[in-house]
Design a protein around this ligand. Structure first.
Ligand code: MN
Ligand code: MN
Length: 469
């Protein structure tokens, strides 16, 4: 058949105008098969990691299975060596040593494994009207109304005075009970319904219902609370005072599920930012060639509350890890940093036609258009953004295009509407060139977030391209 001749206008349009196509119109058959198997593994990772600690445990087990060894100070390293270090059980750093010296820099992907949730307060357990509750203090930017009347699980650790660490996970096991936060019935919600959304559910009403059965054959006070404490004591050997040194996180009881009749999406708790964390991790674990530059994967904690804290991206733990790598080659850390590149792998917001008002459609990330690159994040005039240079964005365009990664350029939303930040600024502070990129998410920070499989897979491919650059 004769090819239809393009009009001069069409020819010039193709040559001059930027008009990206839906990722499914660009995805190879081979990539589509790989995408499905990748997403099955990602869903397993999500179900195993409902907290930052569980993500670290899972990541460490996967790394060990691929031959990664704990990095120790003074260790001698050669090209192809695979090392990792866990920071206080809440963050993990991994590296594959490259053939080029670290003075030429490392290629880093940094993501975070903490997600918005409800943390138990230090003195959480109380009884009111013969029902027992746990008081919570929310972690990260949640929309409080989304956390009522959904099934919840309790995960975390209780550190006893004798140094023993008790692991708690109630909810994920077969036959486990779940918990919930009550909400008002519509019949009596006249006053509550008049309130602005942000005020309808005050933080101090996010109390987890954990029991209603009183301690038997007893006349004393707080019989329900006592009975709950008795169950916890039997199961975990803890007493009420031990809550003081506990980190117990209340998280949604949802498993990761295919979403949509076409199964093109995944619905789950914690896509932000485990979807990019898994992409960065899996790409590193599956590097089947020695990379030119040393490839580093950083899975940080505490991003959702400002990257502060000893397990957050601002902690020197990352610098210690990197300088231990550099020491093995007698390279000053600063020489390595100034030559390094970091992909700040974090999610962005996907354009949602149900809330079109808050997006600037020409610059919004779209579902199935691939990994979303963000030159800058921040809010109201790029405040708090690291704002990558044009040169850096140009370089990454080539890195991704050379490996047929489907990507798009993205902004979070309308400039006056709000904004957000990532770990990028803390990499830039270290003198590391950094660019944000990640999966576009619908309902970000909700208990059940949505992403597209194609975008998940392309974020993995982007991390792989960066490590091999
Ligand atoms: Mn994030
Ligand atoms: Mn977030």
């Amino acid at each position: 058949m004769e090819e239809t001749k393009k009009t001069p206008g069409q020819e010039r349009r193709d040559a001059l105008l930027y008009n990206p196509k839906n990722g499914y119109d660009r995805l190879s058959a081979q990539d589509e098969i790989a995408m499905h198997s990748y997403c099955e593994d990602y869903k397993k990772f999500l179900d195993l990691g409902k907290t930052e600690r569980e993500c670290v445990t899972t990541a460490e087990a996967l790394a060990k299975a691929q031959g990664f060894q704990p990095l120790t100070a003074g260790m001698s390293l050669k090209a192809g060596d695979k090392v990792y270090r866990v920071n206080r059980g809440k963050s993990i750093m991994l590296a594959v040593i490259g053939s080029a010296p670290l003075s030429q820099g490392a290629n880093i992907a940094a993501a975070h494994i903490d997600s918005p949730r409800l943390d138990l307060k230090p003195n959480p357990l109380y009884e009111d009207s013969e029902m027992a509750f746990l008081k919570t203090h929310y972690y990260g930017g949640i929309r409080k109304y989304q956390w009522v009347t959904i099934p919840l699980e309790l995960h975390g650790v209780v550190a006893l005075k004798n140094g023993q660490n008790v692991q708690v996970a109630i909810g994920p096991g077969a036959g486990d009970p779940v918990f919930t936060v009550d909400d008002l019935l519509p019949h009596l919600a006249k006053d509550q319904s008049q309130k602005p959304l942000g005020e309808a559910i005050p933080a101090e009403s996010l109390n987890i219902l954990v029991g209603s059965r009183p301690f038997k054959d007893d006349e004393g006070s707080d019989r329900v609370k006592l009975a709950v404490m008795e169950i916890l004591h039997e199961k975990y050997g803890i007493v009420e005072e031990d809550f003081i040194s506990a980190e117990l996180e209340v998280v949604p009881a949802f498993q990761a599920k295919d979403l949509g009749l076409d199964r093109s999406m995944i619905g789950a708790y914690g896509h932000d930012d485990r979807v990019c964390a898994y992409a960065s991790l899996a790409a590193l674990l599956e590097l089947n060639a020695i990379p030119t530059k040393t490839a580093v994967c950083m899975l940080a904690d505490k991003e959702e509350i400002g990257s502060e804290g000893v397990s957050g991206m601002q902690s020197a733990a990352f610098d210690t890890f990197m300088s231990d790598l550099c020491d093995s080659q007698h390279t000053p850390l600063k020489r390595c940093y100034e030559a390094s590149f970091c992909l700040s792998a974090d999610v962005t917001s996907a354009y949602d036609p149900n809330f079109a008002d808050v997006y600037e459609k020409r610059n919004a990330a779209r579902v199935n258009y691939g990994v979303g690159l963000c030159k800058y994040t921040g809010s109201r005039g790029k405040s708090g953004a690291s704002d990558a240079s044009a040169e850096l964005v140009g370089k990454l365009r080539k890195v991704l295009d050379d490996r047929n990664v489907i990507w798009q350029m993205a902004e979070l939303g309308k400039a006056d509407q709000g904004g957000g930040g990532t770990v990028a600024v803390y990499m830039a502070q270290r003198d590391i060139d950094v660019l944000d990129a990640g999966v576009p998410v619908l309902s970000m920070h909700a208990p059940f977030e949505t992403v597209s499989k194609l975008d998940c897979y392309m974020t993995y491919r982007a991390a792989q391209a960066v490590y091999l650059a």
